[in-house]
Ligand binder design. Structure first.
Ligand code: HEM
Length: 564
């Protein structure tokens, strides 16, 4: 028996005579190659489940005694680290623990405030007080708030290496540290995973989607004025606009994320420059291309078009597919505009397997290569720790003309191999080596691993959507008859009963076993579920979530024990 840790992809590759036959039962990996002919249920069925998670099928035909008898002989390791059991899979800590932890924090009025303590005491304080009072966003598969993702065990390990080695990844110094090469290798793997085919030469790690949106708008602002003969990086926004004869820079979007407005404020364009151009009231995330064309013709105005690829409430995509992308590209070229794609989590639908049920989502992301810049979030779908985002632009010279860190001879990198020094292509001069966890999971999961993780997330989301649509208590939003195949990882709903709907979020979250975000939809309250944690187990989580929703709707106390 071994404690080796395997990825989904490792197991997936072992489903043939050449590589042998492996399968997963309850997170343990078994090599059943030599057991095929002995299996009382026959070799055919084992081969059918080889390379897969066979847990559900296994329990249908066997009991614990089978694993007790044969497990030791055929187990070769586990899939990553063991998942916590349902009981341990706490989504929110009990409120009393949060209050106790808060009370245990040092106060300036304490006599021993800042007098120092043994490290062991501090470590105990952290594990006994602080850790139990943190929310389960990484530990629980049912923390569906915001879009947070979890942390794959390998990513957690790599993140500890990052802290241990404490690199400042700012200058490309290939003779001194491999860190910038690792960053670039991770970005290239990500481009491959997302099927980005253009040359995205301007690329860097950021702290997340907000920072990437800041980079996108800053580049857009620079490019639209550069095309009119002025550089903001050099002259500043006011002088550059005056020189270019531009009186207004507008950001045209539909269902733009709130961080887009924040980014607009940061880069000096202002929140008021963000204009929503929805195609219809019922599909507000869809971009009205005719309206875009009209806006682009506005005299004295330069435009950045921000394409939402995963509107925050519905997960909807602003453009339907390649034809609309082509039209938008043509319009942008005609009017010297910039296209920024906010693909934070939605862009990852391109990783889903090529199956009929995902064709629609694949179509939605086709064409993103025609954008000028792209925001990608790492800490969400890649399941690496906070904080981690990525930014890509095809206009690397524009990126540098905004972010170049000039006149510091000691920071010069001696340009080699085409890797830009991060401090010249991004916001910070001091940067964490946040690329390492992303590098680790991209290398280990690869396309099959992520396709399988995202498949589980999509399956749970879609099964919940069907449950909500059929439930007498709930209404699936934005459209009760909407196509479930539009759903990737976001599900929006409300309670049919107004009184219940009023405090639905609080009642669901009070179970502490499920966490959802409250939002508003068409002026009313709504609940949003975002499934993005690698720990998702479709059967187990569907059972728990639907039991909670049924109990909440019928005013019953939820009892986790009944779900075990
Ligand atoms: C580690 C992997 C497995 C081991 C060690 C194993 C072992 C066994 C054993 C010992 C039996 C005899 C019945 C018993 O004693 O309960 C059995 C029967 C059977 N197994 Fe498996 N098995 C494995 C995986 C699977 C999988 C993945 C399937 C897929 C569905 C499967 C399907 C069956 C079926 C259909 C029977 C016959 C049940 C019956 O006749 O009622 N087994 N297996």
């Amino acid at each position: 028996m071994s404690d080796e840790s395997f990825t989904t992809a490792d197991v997936g590759a072992h489903n043939n005579d050449e590589k042998g036959y492996w399968l997963i039962v309850e997170n343990n990996v078994y090599d059943i190659t030599k057991f095929l002919d002995e299996h009382p249920g026959g070799s055919k069925i084992l081969k059918r489940f080889a390379g897969k998670n066979a847990t559900k099928a296994f329990w249908k035909y066997h009991n614990e005694s089978v694993l007790e008898k044969y497990g030791g002989k055929y187990k070769i390791g586990s899939r990553h680290l063991p998942q916590p059991s349902v009981r341990e899979n706490k989504t929110l800590p009990p409120p009393a623990l949060v209050r106790a932890a808060s009370a245990a924090l040092p106060k300036s009025s304490d006599p021993d405030f800042l007098s120092g303590r043994p490290a062991a005491d501090v470590a105990r304080h952290i594990t006994e007080h602080i850790v139990p009072a943190l929310c389960g966003q990484s530990q629980s598969s049912r923390y569906f708030g915001f879009v947070t993702g979890g942390v794959l065990p390998l990513a957690e390990w790599a993140d500890n290496v990052v802290s241990h080695m404490d690199q400042n990844v700012q200058v490309h110094l290939p003779e001194q540290s491999v860190s910038t090469d690792v960053e670039d290798a991770a970005l290239q793997m990500l481009m491959g995973l997302l099927r980005l085919e253009s040359e995205w030469k301007g690329r860097t790690f950021t702290t997340g989607a907000t920072a990437s949106n800041v980079l996108g708008l800053a580049c857009g602002r620079e490019a639209v004025l550069e095309k009119r003969g002025a550089s903001v990086g050099e002259l500043g926004l006011l002088a550059a606009c005056a020189k270019a004869g531009v009186s207004d820079i507008q950001i045209l979007t539909s269902g733009g994320h709130s961080s887009l407005s924040k980014a607009a404020s940061v880069v000096g364009l202002g929140r008021a420059s963000v204009k929503e151009l929805p195609r219809s009231a019922s599909r507000p995330w869809k971009l009205d291309l005719d309206a875009v064309e009209r806006e682009l013709r506005r005299p004295g105005t330069a435009s950045i078009i921000a394409v939402s690829m995963g509107e925050v409430n519905t997960g909807g995509y602003a453009l339907d597919g390649i034809d609309e992308w082509r039209r938008l590209r043509q319009l942008a070229d005609e009017h010297a505009a910039w296209i920024h794609a906010d693909g934070a989590f939605g862009i990852f639908s391109s990783v889903l397997e090529e199956r009929d049920e995902y064709r629609l989502l694949h179509d939605r992301v086709k064409g993103v290569d025609l954008a000028d810049s792209i925001t990608v979030d790492g800490h969400k779908m890649l399941n690496v720790p906070y904080d981690c985002g990525m930014f890509f632009t095809r206009a690397s010279s524009t990126l540098e003309s905004v972010f170049v860190n000039p006149n510091a001879a000691y920071l010069s990198s001696g340009l080699t191999a085409g890797i830009s020094s991060p401090l010249n292509v991004g916001l910070e001069n001091s940067r964490r080596f946040r690329a390492l966890p992303a590098y680790a999971v991209l290398l280990s999961e690869g396309r099959p691993g992520f396709a399988s993780l995202f498949h589980s997330m999509a399956q749970l989301s879609r099964r919940l959507a069907v449950f909500l649509r059929e439930s007498p208590h709930y209404e699936l939003l934005p459209d009760e008859d909407g196509d479930v195949e539009e759903i990737f990882i976001i599900v929006l709903f409300r309670a049919k009963d107004e009184k219940l709907n009023d405090d639905l979020v609080a009642r669901i979250n009070a179970t502490r076993q499920l966490y959802v975000s409250g939002t508003s939809w068409k002026g009313g309250k709504a609940v949003r579920v975002a499934v993005s944690n690698w720990r998702v187990d479709v059967e187990r989580d569907f059972k728990v979530v639907t039991a909670i929703l049924n109990d909440v709707a019928q005013g019953r106390e939820f009892d986790m024990e009944k779900c075990l």
